[in-house]
Design a protein. Sequence first.
Length: 553
Amino acid sequence: MSKLNLTMRTRSQLAAVAWLRWRLFSHSLRTKRGQLELVSRIIVSLSFTMLGLGGAAGMAFGAYYFVSSGKPEMLAVLLWPVFVFWQGFPIMATAFTNNPDSSELLHFPLSYRSYFLVRLAYGTFDPATALGSFWSLALLLGVAMARPLLLPWAALVLLAFAIFNILFMQMIFAWVERWLAQRRTREIMGILFVLLLLSFQLIGPLTEHFENKRPPEYERIVQILQPVQSLFPPGLAADAIARVADSEFMTGFTSLLLLAAFAMVIAYFLHLRLSAQYRGENLSEAAARTVDAKERQVRLGWRFPGFSQSVAAVFEKEIHYLSRSGPMLLTLIMPVFILVIFRLGPLNHVQHTSGFVMRAPNVAFPAAAAYALLVLTNLVYNSFGGDAAGIQFFYASPARFSEIVLGKNLTHACILAMEVAASWIAVTLLYGAPAVSVTIASLAGLIFAAPINFTAGNLLSIYSPKKLDYSTFGRQRASQTTVLISMLIQLVVVGIGVCVFVIANYYGSFWIATMIFLILAAITCPGYFIVLRRLDSIALDRRETLVAELCRA
């Protein structure tokens, strides 16, 4: 009887959470921001649907080919990409990830069983889970078309594979959030994460480099890795289907049991983390260091000729914040790193083609300058996200909001200038110095493009803010509306820049590009200052929404 009551209680609690989420969604549609969020999510969902359909067609065809040709063990070639995407996409593309903070439910009398299931339910609605499940269904369809009798067994194996992926993704998020809860481990994890992203960029160039220079032991390495990969979940799932297809039922059942054992171990580690949260674990930062009397002396703030003290104070604050963020500093070197990648990869591959060496600097520097501006998107389009509850001090201070935003934009402009200078030096060392006309044209293009990004970023930072919590992981860093609008703006700006350079190249003079960019800048720069002057009234009108969103617990 107690088990029945527990089951009924769990069902009622899950139904209450689902009803709460639905009411929050329906009430959000009463605001313009909620309506824009819905439209943005529909557009993004359609793009993911197109990606899913293309991948599903490839998975179904591949599964049908491998099974029908008597090579079902080759299904591992398809299951490994599904596994990597399932786990890697939420990490690489947090802008599209929208896992709500389930820890907020701990303020209510929710049972642990319900809390655990809610956490899994949130993970089930992640875009990576949707695409991974869709591709798994396509794999099942391909297997069923080739061998209809394998359908029940393949469905059971792929279901276990999907459950493992959901548990594994949630386990990673839960433990990484545990490590990100403290500053020291947060900085270490952030640096390791960025280094991991950078290392992925080296896969293509290294593959091309060793493509025609395979070492003698290459085949032996492949022979060693093949049985090793079969011990991991994607390999176990493929082996379970392949063994049953070859009438080796006990071996196939053993592979399925091992896959289920993996899922149970992952579920246990997820249970350890969630149970600690449920019991009220509160991780605090390290104790503040003692301050000497000399350090207690008041230090004067920075001063900048031509700018007010308020602008200089915001600029100093932003510089101090960014200088203490290891992941942010590593992210800002990405333009130079990308130049190295292209030097080792595609550009190196065609460097001996006719006239390419002469054109490489003129191609690389404009591309690096555009990428440097693109890297600033996360900072510019949600500039108040890192301030969080500190937004209240901005409203309480005597500084005008236009001065506060100008200080932030001044920081972004200085970062952009340093990145462009580093990119020019890198291009000169790797490819040769770009032509003076190309350099000036690229700088003129930035004078045209930067005000557009700053203007749009300032407006979106006020109209569609989103709090940044650096102790959480796997949640989007900006609202869906901001993500969509920023993508559209980047497409338009890059499209205009490419068209201008194509026209200049057609007439054989990049000074034409400089002239066109300066004419466009004569429109975008005044527009930036017009919007900047109106930010005081806009921020005042939006103060309740801005404070409520950024001060959310």
